[in-house]
Write a protein that binds this ligand. Structure first.
Ligand SMILES: N[C@@H](CCC(=O)N[C@@H](CS)C(=O)NCC(=O)O)C(=O)O
Length: 218
């Protein structure tokens, strides 16, 4: 039996972090109120490397969610925990085949695209970092576009918003930041546009966070 701690959850987040955005969308969809502790990934070489934050997440990455008396990192593990404990609205379909497709797309993005274009990797690449990031996204999106042609309805898998969609929208934002030509990905573009019309995706958007710099605020 799960004992719910009464404190408000705390999300360690960076406004532009795509992984943080995934969790912010889940929290918004499920109507969970939370406080934000901003972690500036660029300031003074990156606040994620401070001893204080390393004690919170030894991987020195956001997001981290403190909830129900535990501290969780890894965006998909966090989202699965929210799904297990706060199942409405559900973010995994009931049908096992569709559930597997949702997980496949979420993993494709969260394990196959984002980690190889992450900030710390780009910093190691040096002056060719933009080209590197574009190549990571392009090869991932070429595959994803094909996959979505078989799974998509209004959203990534059928017509229900799922964990796959929580991964898609922030990854498209990264693609746009890396100036990837989205022309070859009409299905990704269509789904992204439909999702961005939903309130949970709007309130969690990087342009509307407590740590969003004034010049990037919507
Ligand atoms: N697999 C992790 C990845 C987390 C991650 O890569 N976070 C990025 C921001 S999206 C980060 O904190 N980067 C800091 C750095 O690279 O130094 C997750 O899904 O949460």
């Amino acid at each position: 039996m799960l004992t719910m701690a009464s404190e408000k959850p705390i999300l360690y987040s960076y406004f532009r972090s795509s992984c943080s955005w995934r969790v912010r969308i889940a929290l918004a969809l499920k109507g969970i109120a939370y406080d934000v502790v901003p972690v500036n990934l660029l300031k003074d070489g990156g606040e994620q490397f401070s001893a204080e934050f390393k004690a919170v997440n030894p991987m020195q990455q956001v997001p981290v969610l403190k909830i129900d008396g535990i501290t969780l990192s890894e965006s998909l593990a966090i989202i699965h925990y929210l799904e297990d404990t706060r199942p409405n609205p559900r973010l995994l379909p009931q049908d096992p085949k569709k559930r597997a497709q949702v997980r496949m797309i979420a993993d494709h993005i969260a394990a196959g695209i984002q980690p190889i274009q992450n900030l710390s990797i780009l910093n190691k690449i040096g002056e060719k970092k933009m080209e590197w990031a574009q190549n990571c996204v392009v090869s991932g999106f070429q595959a994803l576009e094909q996959i979505l042609q078989h799974t998509a309805g209004r959203y990534c898998v059928g017509d229900e918003v799922s964990m796959a969609d929580l991964c898609l929208v922030p990854q498209v934002a990264n693609a746009e930041r890396f100036k990837v030509d989205m022309g070859p990905y009409p299905t990704i573009t269509r789904i992204n546009k439909a999702l961005l019309e939903l309130e949970a995706f709007k309130v969690s958007h990087p342009s509307r966070q407590p740590d969003t710099p004034a010049e990037l605020r919507a």
